[in-house]
Design a protein around this ligand. Structure first.
Ligand code: 4AD
Ligand code: MG
Length: 460
């Protein structure tokens, strides 16, 4: 009998004779003549109770089994006599695979998220974190399902690149130069001795490559790790995160906004429909407003308004913000959250941002002040998606590259795409961890990725 099968059987009504379950002991309780073991194999939130009685040959050893130990149980699945317990296993054999010493840190008590971050290698063994990572897996599947159902091609874009897509300079440099040589200050490092013969970085976004594929295959998406050396220790930024980036040929900003809205709604409903037990844990213990928040996202039409209108709303709000609001300034998460949580009480898509605060590749609007950018803002998080219609006009693009102080030469291939069959096209990036925060109600991004990378922290 496979592990999967027994888990499925736990909710069924027919007794099963022989079952085998392998997992970790959550607790052991002893009674006269038998012991109860609560076992969890990570496949779902529920433990299964095992009754080991004194007739078992290794009963003395079973009474030494500790929390955190690994065991394999063979036995009969029987209806539990205890109230509301469903099913339990009457053990015929308890194979003790490994005994955890007493210093196993996850003894039966509640631990803080901060403490659990210090034992990131063990926290997936708790109810909360196993639920997060099961939902994470389901969410990744849902991303592929969404795009496949819409005939998007899944492409892979490079992780090592020579370009800075966002132009923000938040790059992790890749080098094989010895530390003393690599350490020479900017401008003086001789990259000709380096592995690629030129400067190389970890990618901040797969977009520029994705555009090339979209302008060949039509609708594509890439879903991979991205890296940013942002020195911002916030609850919404990590140095290594996963981004979902669709790119669509023959698509304008409206089509792009629609895709973003559809994607968020699809993912949220998918998790509601497929992760009910795990979600229930978050709704009970993490965020009591989780289910209404998620239902609201699925059922509401996202508000769409220009950045300029948002600035006006914020200025008239009478709200005290830490950061000032002014045309030409980037919005902070407090502003984004105010708009979606308090003002509109639903997700909001802002578009047409001032060109000065957005990257070179966004399409310049006729007003010459704004670009066809769009950010999707959701309650409790703020920005979850950032994207744009791309500048498809060669001359304008060249001008924008120059204006943003970038060198044109490394982008010759990107410019080529505007010389040979250039068409309007659009896309966006959705932060995968931010979606996980949204669907679980978890407020710190460090808690939705197994081994978070943040400034000063690379353990595990
Ligand atoms: O808005 P961003 O910077 O957009 C881009 O990188 C575009 N090139 C994407 C594209 O158009 N193909 O990032 C996109 C999303 C953000 O909205 C946010 O959800 C997430 O990526 N994100 C981060 N998530 C976690 N930690 C960080 N440091 C993040 N930076 C961005
Ligand atoms: Mg952004």
């Amino acid at each position: 009998m496979t592990r999967e099968k027994i888990v499925k059987l736990l909710g069924s009504r027919s007794p099963v004779d022989e079952v085998l379950i392998k997992g970790w002991v959550r607790t052991r309780r002893d009674s006269k003549g038998f012991s109860f073991l609560e076992i969890n194999d990570g496949s779902c939130l529920k433990n299964i109770q095992v009754i080991a009685d004194e007739s078992l040959a290794n009963y003395d050893d079973i009474r030494k089994v500790t929390t955190g130990s690994a065991v394999a149980i063979t036995g009969r699945l029987v209806e539990s006599k205890g109230k509301g317990q469903g099913w339990e296993i009457q053990a015929e054999a308890v194979d003790i695979i490994n005994i955890a010493p007493d210093d196993f840190p996850l003894q039966k008590k509640r631990h803080t998220d901060e403490f659990l971050r210090t034992i990131a290698h063990l926290r997936p063994r708790t109810n909360k974190y196993s639920a997060v990572f099961r939902i994470r897996s389901e969410l990744a599947f849902a991303v592929h399902k969404f795009f496949r159902d819409r005939d998007f091609r899944h492409i892979h874009t490079p992780i090592i690149t020579g370009s800075d897509c966002e132009g923000a300079g938040e790059l992790f440099r890749i080098t094989t130069l010895p530390p003393d040589k690599a350490a020479i200050k900017d401008g003086n490092t001789d990259f000709s001795d380096d592995f690629f013969g030129t400067e190389a970085n970890l990618t901040v976004s797969g977009q520029l490559s994705a555009e090339m594929l979209a302008l060949s295959l039509g609708d594509v998406y890439t879903f991979g790790p991205t890296f940013r050396a942002e020195n911002s220790n916030t609850s919404r930024h990590v140095a290594e995160f996963w981004m979902v980036e669709p790119e669509m040929a023959f698509c304008d900003l409206d089509g792009n906004m629609q895709l973003g809205e559809d994607l968020i709604k699809f993912l949220v409903s998918w998790i509601i429909d497929h992760c009910a037990d795990d979600l229930n844990l978050f709704a009970r213990f993490v965020d009591k407003t989780l289910m209404p928040t998620l239902d609201n996202i699925v059922s509401s039409e996202f508000e769409r308004l220009p950045y300029t209108d948002a600035i006006e709303i914020l200025n008239k709000s009478g709200q005290k913000f830490d950061y000032a609001v002014d045309f030409g300034k980037d919005l902070q998460s407090e502003h984004e959250r105010y708009l979606s949580e308090q003002h509109f009480e639903k997700p909001v898509i802002l578009y047409d941002y001032p060109k000065e605060i957005k990257p070179f590749y966004m399409r310049l609007n006729d007003d010459d002040r704004t670009v066809a950018a769009m950010d999707v803002l959701v309650p409790r998080i703020g920005e979850i998606i950032g994207g744009s219609q791309r500048e498809e006009r060669l001359e304008v693009l060249k001008r924008r590259i120059a204006e943003t102080g970038m060198a044109q030469e490394p982008y010759w291939w990107y410019l080529d795409a505007r010389r040979f069959g250039s068409v309007e096209h659009s896309g966006f990036g959705m932060g995968f961890e931010r979606v996980l925060m949204l669907v679980t109600g978890i407020s710190n991004i460090r808690d939705v990725i197994p081994f978070p990378r943040t400034p000063g922290s690379i353990e595990f």
